[in-house]
Design a protein around this ligand. Structure first.
Ligand SMILES: Cc1cc2nc3c(=O)[nH]c(=O)nc-3n(C[C@H](O)[C@H](O)[C@H](O)COP(=O)(O)O)c2cc1C
Length: 553
């Protein structure tokens, strides 16, 4: 697909402002592209080292595609980890696991013919011994680095569960010392990075979901007293996190600067409860006439922002609908908008613009769960409509202002209900593992328990460890399969069922699943049945592609 379809290629990989040259157009050794023409992917000053990953089951296709990207990156990676239906149907990703001869051929073809190194990302197999054999085969075929996702192919969706770091440790201990291993799985927050490196002995850590929900996952927390306006720390100093409004601003500024290549708007300082009323802060930018927390409660400010955003969609002359009807109307409208927007999305539009909405839904998850007007405004944003995203940013800033203000005056701690419930269980004498004061770290416990063959039966510990007030970025903790099963065995309350249905609906609308939305496209010219010199439509070779960049897994 990548080497056959220029539109697909140019909208998914953008190292230059001009279309990607074909391998034959690229001189050997590659001539350096002019500074002016360098764009985003693999930019020498912004984006190196860069590995470009492909899914493939054809050594020649893979090599042809890899040659397009080789001049602009440092390595080409083979995806042997994708467990999704699309990979099963296309026979790639983790569904090559049984075909070691093909994997060997794919990797060795790149190793022998590509100007840059080849690497591979694998999943663990059913035993550690078999995984070791598999890793050795991949390395012997020519992979310079292996990234090992500590889950088996079946561990996806409700069955995702925990990654098994003991297998990673076993690989470290049994592969040659100089093997470069990247560990993947169970990285929920910053402290997990060092813990994973320490416990697995890996050379680096790779994070996907954790990074999606909290783009500050690799950033250190600032020292106490030096939080500035971007970092928030609790009054007792025990926990903190980067603020959503701060991250959202940075996100938008990156889009302006690098994707749209224009100056970001000048913004007022982010709100701090300690600001004297004379300081113009972000809340003033969104709330005309608001003269400070002491004179007007932020709740009122927020509702006026919500109203102005809602009024754009709801005609004022309409009678006030019942809550239920309003919800149904919102759902229909969101569905229509999403359908329209995905139809209207220009496929040549930069992938960096096409994924913004889905990405923000991840990042703002706890905030939009509470402030549904922000969720609705975000759901209405069409790809590439930067003004609509600016509006969501302003609503976010106003919501964060309210949260910080309420926390400061002691009205609300911003914690989600589940966390309070978990805490309560612990207070009642039930053992709650991994509480903040625990001396044995979670990772150590996971290793100890896995080694002792004890099944971890709760994700409460992770919830407790990771949950922050809704105005700071935080990971999403999935229930473990045992818990999902347990939940299935229980009768869910109507409210809980509605909540799950709504989540499911949001996930579908925005393509948030790892496999994203799937679309079938016709490719190339060969392979079909030719009648009267024309290829019959129904027999043209097709390929399934994951829409909007949220691919594989
Ligand atoms: C939205 C999304 C897209 C992903 N796309 C890919 C991909 O293209 N290639 C790949 O090897 N893994 C992909 N993955 C899987 C991750 O690389 C990773 O193996 C998995 O999510 C476990 O790591 P984590 O716990 O850090 O998320 C994707 C995961 C998510 C959530």
């Amino acid at each position: 697909m990548f080497h056959e379809t220029p539109k697909y290629r140019n909208s998914n990989f953008e190292p230059l402002k001009t279309p990607l040259p074909t391998p034959s157009e690229i001189l050997t050794p590659p001539a350096s592209p002019s500074e002016d023409n360098l764009h985003l992917d693999g930019h020498p000053t912004l984006d190196r080292p860069l590995f470009v990953q492909f899914c493939s089951n054809s050594p020649t296709d893979l090599l042809t595609s890899a040659r397009y990207v080789a001049p602009f990156c440092d390595a080409v990676d083979l995806n042997l980890g994708c467990p999704q239906g699309i990979a099963k149907r296309g026979k790639y990703g983790a569904f090559l696991q049984e075909d070691w001869a093909l994997i060997r051929n794919l990797i060795s073809t790149l190793h022998a013919n590509l100007s840059i190194p080849v690497t591979a990302k694998i999943r663990i197999l059913d035993t550690k011994e078999r995984t070791l054999e598999y890793a050795k085969m991949v390395l012997n075929a020519g992979a310079s680095i292996i990234t090992v996702h500590g889950r088996q192919r079946e561990q996806k969706g409700h069955n995702t569960g925990l990654a098994d770091w003991t297998v990673l440790r076993y690989l470290r201990e049994n592969l040659p010392q100089d093997t470069v291993i990247f560990a993947n799985g169970n990285i929920l927050q910053h402290s997990d990075v060092d813990e994973c490196l320490r416990l697995t002995g890996a050379d680096a850590v790779m994070s996907a979901e954790g990074n999606l929900y909290d783009p500050s996952i690799f950033a250190e927390a600032p020292p106490v007293g030096e939080e500035g306006r971007e970092y928030w720390r609790s009054k007792d100093g025990k926990f903190g996190g980067y603020r959503m409004d701060a991250a959202f601003r940075r996100y938008m500024d990156i889009l302006y600067k690098y994707v749209l290549q224009t100056e970001p708007p000048t913004r007022k300082a982010l709100y701090l409860p300690s600001d004297p009323p004379s300081i113009e802060s972000s809340a003033d930018a969104t709330q005309e006439g608001l003269s400070g927390a002491a004179t007007q409660p932020p709740a009122a400010a927020e509702s006026s922002a919500a109203e102005s955003s809602a009024s754009a969609a709801t005609p004022t002359s309409q009678p006030v609908p019942s809550k239920k009807r309003k919800r149904a109307e919102m759902r229909t409208q969101r569905a229509n908008n999403t359908q329209q927007s995905s139809k209207k999305t220009d496929e040549r539009m930069s992938i960096n613009l096409r994924v913004v909405q889905a990405h923000l839904f991840h990042m703002l998850r706890p905030l939009v769960a509470k402030h549904t007007h922000v969720r609705d405004a975000l759901a209405r944003c069409k790809a590439g409509d930067i003004d609509a995203f600016e509006n969501v940013l302003q609503l976010t800033e106003a919501a964060v202002r309210q949260g910080l203000h309420d926390y400061e005056i002691g009205v609300d701690d911003g914690m989600p209900e589940e966390k309070k419930a978990v805490k309560k269980d612990g207070e009642n004498g039930e053992l709650v593992a991994g509480a903040e004061s625990a001396t044995v770290t979670d990772g150590e416990k996971k290793l100890q328990e896995a080694e002792a063959d004890v099944v971890i039966t709760t994700s409460n510990e992770a919830v407790l460890r990771c949950r922050r007030p809704w105005w700071v970025m935080q990971p999403y903790v999935r229930p473990l399969p045992e818990e999902a099963l347990q939940k299935g065995a229980m009768t869910l309350s109507r409210k809980e069922k509605e909540r799950l249905a709504k989540e499911e609906e949001n996930v579908k609308e925005t393509g948030l699943q790892p496999e994203g939305r799937v679309e079938v496209q016709t490719i190339g010219n060969g392979g079909g049945t030719v009648v009267n010199g024309e290829m019959e439509e129904s027999t043209k070779p097709t390929v399934e592609i994951a829409r909007d960049g949220l691919v594989s897994g």
